[in-house]
Design a binder for this molecule. Structure first.
Ligand code: PMP
Length: 405
């Protein structure tokens, strides 16, 4: 068995079989990861015999749920090297995390003429919230270009920063190209002009060791469902002093200190940003997902997926019929175009072979425009991926080429 195959743990993932029990070659992990049985079991226990609300009940089961919910917060803090669990805000996903920062921090800190730097390769969820803030505050968005091999151009970033730059918000790993940002350098550049930096860690959290202290960023956002946990839970990490100074994002129960019609005072972070009954079972299942990923080790996971991506790029290149996008060295995400075949047609034919890839703009329309294509085909790997997935994809591509002559 090859070294690559030994990391693959398909049997832990019931979602990797078709309903007939055949192998399903799932190459869309960048969209959402399949769940290990341990996560499904944790979710099911939390929804079943352990189920109760948190933070309110005087009865034992609610107290137990509160402990489990707060243990999940501590586990996230430890997993990403946060300074304290108070820096972990549970949100619905990366989209909500970025919207929270845009609405709470952006709307109160930005004024007309301030500048927000994004990049060409951002996901729509790291573009649109800032456009909404810009519209309402008069702040201006600058777009950092990409290098020839489709990485965020840090030289260009340095050149475009000004004392008016208040925020730099960049993807740590591109969901389309797998390009990995030198995040520490980007953070140092942002800080050199007194700007804050937000990293969209949606694709980094499931495949890289994260250490908030080493990254020295100000905000970090990711989604649980891409990290082998359930949908409906994500994380906003922010430095405690920054969170402390931010006004609430939503009002309601659980985020207050005292409510009266004369005036309401707010709870300290993270509760200040968690209005309403939180995602209790989702947080507990995310805890199980992090345990699962940590047992493998994010470094091993990154190496595994990067090796698969390199192998796939090589095999695609050998067809002489494929345009490859993105840098040669990337996290486990490969975008490509097959000559004469629309990505949607390719995706449809592959589906007949039980191969699932993504075809489309991947919520990154400005990047598609930059690449000069309406869409790409994207294969993305997970910790369960192996050479069999690549072989199935290549068989499907050969069949597609025969169909299209
Ligand atoms: N940023 C990136 C880089 C992503 O890949 C995604 C999900 N495709 C998001 C943000 C948004 O994540 P979610 O839809 O889980 O909120």
């Amino acid at each position: 068995m090859s070294e690559l195959a030994t990391l693959s743990r398909k049997t832990d993932f019931p979602g990797l079989l078709t309903s007939e029990g055949a192998p399903w070659y799932y190459l869309d992990t960048a969209a959402t990861a399949q769940k290990p049985q341990a996560v499904i079991d944790a979710m099911s226990r939390a929804l079943g015999r352990d189920y109760a609300t948190v933070h309110r009940g005087v009865y034992g089961r609610s107290a137990h749920m509160t402990l489990a919910y707060e243990a999940a917060r501590r586990r996230v803090a430890q997993f990403i090297g946060a300074g304290s669990e108070n820096e972990i805000v549970f949100v619905r996903g990366a989209t909500e995390a970025i919207n929270l920062v845009a609405s709470s921090w952006g709307m109160t800190r930005l004024t007309a003429g301030d500048r927000i730097v994004l990049s060409t390769l951002e996901h729509h969820s790291n573009i649109v919230p800032w456009q909404m803030v810009a519209e309402r505050t008069g702040a201006v968005i600058d777009v950092c270009p990409l290098t020839e091999d489709h990485r965020i151009d840090l030289g260009a970033l340095e050149a475009m920063l000004t004392p008016r730059t208040k925020l730099v918000s960049l993807a740590h790993v591109s969901n389309v190209l797998g390009s990995v940002l030198d995040a520490r350098t980007a953070a140092d550049l942002a800080h050199s002009v007194g700007a804050k930096i937000l990293l969209d860690g949606c694709q980094a959290a499931p495949r890289m060791t994260l250490d908030m202290a080493a990254l020295d960023c100000d905000f970090y956002a990711f989604s649980g469902h891409k990290l082998y946990g359930p949908t409906g839970i994500g994380v906003l990490w922010a430095r405690e002093d920054i969170l402390d100074a931010m006004p609430p994002y939503q009002g309601g129960g659980a985020m207050i200190e005292k409510v009266s019609f004369e005036g309401t005072t707010y709870a300290p972070p993270p509760q200040r940003f968690e209005a309403g009954t939180p995602m209790i079972t989702e947080a507990i299942a995310l805890h199980a997902a992090i345990d699962y990923v940590d047992a493998i080790g994010p470094d091993a996971l990154f190496a595994h997926e990067a090796a698969l991506a390199a192998q796939l790029r090589e095999e695609l290149r050998r067809t002489n019929a494929v345009t490859l996008f993105g840098p040669e060295e990337s996290a486990g995400i490969v975008s490509f175009a097959l000559e004469g075949v629309h990505p949607h047609d390719l995706g449809t034919i592959l589906d007949e072979e039980n191969v699932a890839i993504r075809a489309g703009h991947h919520c990154a329309q400005p990047l598609m425009e930059h690449l000069g294509v309406p869409a790409t085909a994207r294969a993305s790997f997970g910790l369960y991926s192996d050479e069999n997935d690549i072989a199935a994809l290549m068989r499907g591509i050969e069949r597609t080429r025969r169909i299209f002559g």
